[in-house]
Design a protein around this ligand. Structure first.
Ligand code: ATP
Ligand code: MG
Length: 582
């Protein structure tokens, strides 16, 4: 039940001082609060005996007021310490979570949905933060404080009476064990459902245009209604157990009162305790009401925190499937040549081999063209160099070193990658391009923009380089997005540039211009280009044609034309189309 506290041990050890001070003061307040009732009881006994004087009465009142002020001050400090811990653990867990996501490879994101990850990063982390704040408070109040009050009742009033009054306590304990288990299970289900709902919202909002275009609004509303209904039902299941806590405890507290008071009055009549004793005792009874409720709160909050922490740990405990070897080879001289030897590769989620027996060798400075039918494996081949997935069989060598032995940081520092689906961030054009080269000056940025043939488009944007693009900014056309992504890769001036169908959305003339720029700017550096438009790779030193994961044709443009195969057929067809459209 308290495994969540054990699993957060690293946090409590880190915040040892905060928690020892906070908890110490919390307990101190508990002890001090015992005094006013006893003082009041004594005052009443003096009144009953008739020995009370004005000065002793003032003394009692003064003492009680001074105590209250003192308690006010200490309470402020422990509150501040304990609830501050809540915010701290939230921040720590969240940055841990995010850092972990950053080390994860694509296969992780194929398995985990964004909405659910977001639910874990917000909802679940908040539930854990409640355990280290309010949870710790209830922990102390339901254990230490309860014990202290009970001891005070025993020592300061009467043990017989105290024991009688706590008879219902075991009842609470038994009930809490049952409820606690139920809360844990039901709450886990509810959180999972919440993650699903998050995901649905994300998809509907980002796909709203398609949903409208296909008049699927009603269907989407229905889907959403179903999933919110599911979340509702699962949360109601939690609420049904939740609702048992309060009445159970109220009932037991009521029992304590009945037993305590009837038995207390009986003892007063038998002259075993005084009236003042009974009044003090009654006030102490009032003081154990909260600790009894705290037992319920404690169980509830610990179970929720535990379930949430399990969900968070499940994510942060996932090991990346591609990691650096303990003794990597440092290729300080940079990547010299690229060689693929009999590479066969399969995506983790695929049932067939997506690349089969690929042999390739590319010298530094050469350009490779990759063409082939859609789905033939062009992107898959290019991505082999990024080492995003665990390698298949065969060898991928860079400068003669197997790719597994090169650290990911070094590998990626050589690469400029323009993926098939461009990603622009919700930032200005300038900041998007600066992703390639930190703090790049405007002249460098303009060079990259010119190389990507984006300068004319830039003139049409309202704020030039400062125009916001991405989700919140102006919508760029597909071809404009591609060219901003290209600029980002160009400005990095990488050793190896990978363009995965990166010119698919620009017109033929612009493409020719960009290819010409690439040829000039990338002289001496390695470039890999995949494309459907063969004119984009005519100049390549080597072109491979892929089909179903196999290389079926290879050679230069001229050699491939002579082969009279797929390349020739495709080239002729594209020539005719070009002539028709001109
Ligand atoms: P296109 O011209 O449409 O871009 P492509 O030649 O780039 O196609 P790839 O994206 O390399 O094709 O895909 C090759 C095969 O691998 C396809 O059958 C595809 O379904 C499969 N595939 C691609 N990505 C994944 C993935 N992440 N997990 C599983 N299978 C994948
Ligand atoms: Mg592709």
């Amino acid at each position: 039940m308290f495994s969540v506290l054990k699993n957060l041990g690293w946090f409590f050890r880190r915040e040892k001082r905060r928690y020892s001070l906070g908890l110490f003061l919390l307990i101190a307040v508990g002890v001090l609060e015992l005094l006013p009732p006893r003082l009041l009881g004594n005052a009443i006994d003096e009144i009953v005996r008739g020995s009370v004087t004005a000065s002793s009465l003032i003394k009692y009142i003064g003492l009680i007021v001074a105590l209250l002020l003192f308690i006010y001050w200490i309470t402020y400090i422990w509150m501040h310490k304990l609830f501050g811990g809540s915010n701290l653990v939230e921040r720590l867990l969240r940055s841990r979570f995010m850092n972990h996501l950053m080390t994860m490879t694509p296969s992780f994101f194929e398995r985990n949905r964004t909405g659910d990850l977001m639910a874990r990063a917000t909802n679940d982390i908040r539930a854990v933060s409640a355990t280290v704040g309010f949870g710790m408070l209830t922990l102390v109040d339901s254990t230490v404080y309860l014990t202290v009050v009970l001891l005070a009742m025993g020592f300061l009033v009467s043990w017989k009476l105290t024991l009688a009054a706590v008879l219902p306590l075991p009842l609470i304990a038994i009930a809490m064990v049952f409820y606690g288990k139920a809360i844990h299970d039901r709450y886990s289900l509810a959180q999972d459902a919440f993650g699903d709902m998050n995901d649905q919202v994300l998809e509907s909002v980002s796909g709203v245009r398609v949903i409208r275009a296909y008049v699927q609004e009603r269907l989407d509303e229905k889907r959403f209604a179903d999933i919110t209904e599911d979340v509702y039902r699962k949360n109601m299941a939690v609420a049904r157990v939740d609702a048992f806590f309060e009445p159970t405890i109220r009932f037991c507290v009521g029992l304590s009162y009945i037993i305590g008071l009837t038995y207390g009055i009986y003892l007063v009549f038998r002259n075993q305790i005084t009236l003042g004793d009974l009044i003090s005792f009654n006030m102490y009874l009032g003081m154990i009401v909260w600790p009894m409720f705290a037992i319920g709160e404690l169980i509830n909050i610990m179970q929720r925190g535990g379930a949430s922490l399990e969900r968070i740990d499940e994510t942060t405990g996932t090991q990346p499937d591609v990691t650096d070897l303990p003794n990597p080879v440092d290729v300080a001289a940079g990547p010299n040549g690229i060689e693929l030897k009999n590479v066969t590769f399969r995506y983790p989620s695929s049932t067939i081999d997506n690349l089969i027996g690929i042999n390739l060798s590319l010298e530094r400075g050469q350009t490779l063209g990759v063409v082939g039918r859609t789905g033939s494996g062009k992107s898959t081949l290019l991505k082999q160099l990024l080492h995003e997935y665990p390698t298949g069989s065969g060898d991928i060598l860079i400068s003669g070193v197997p790719i597994q032995k090169i650290t990911l940081d070094q590998l990626h520092s050589w690469m400029g990658y323009v993926p098939q689906e461009q990603i622009l961030f919700s930032k200005s054009v300038r900041q998007n391009i600066q992703f390639g080269l930190e703090n790049a000056g405007d002249d460098k940025i303009m060079d990259a923009i010119t190389a990507a043939a984006f300068q004319n488009d830039l003139g049409t944007l309202s704020d030039g380089l400062d125009t916001l693009v991405g989700e919140r900014g102006v919508s760029l056309s597909g071809g404009q997005k591609q060219r901003v992504s290209l600029s980002r890769a160009f400005i990095a001036n990488p050793e190896i540039l990978i363009l995965d169908d990166a010119l698919s959305a620009v017109d033929a003339r612009t493409e020719a211009q960009i290819i010409e720029n690439i040829r000039q700017e990338r002289a001496g550096k390695t470039t890999l280009i995949s494309t459907h438009r063969l004119s984009a790779v005519e100049h390549a030193d080597q072109i491979v044609v892929l089909d179903n994961g196999h290389i079926t044709e290879r050679g230069t443009h001229e050699e491939l034309l002579e082969l009279n195969g797929w390349y020739r057929e495709q080239y002729d067809r594209q020539q005719i189309e070009n002539n028709l459209s001109n």
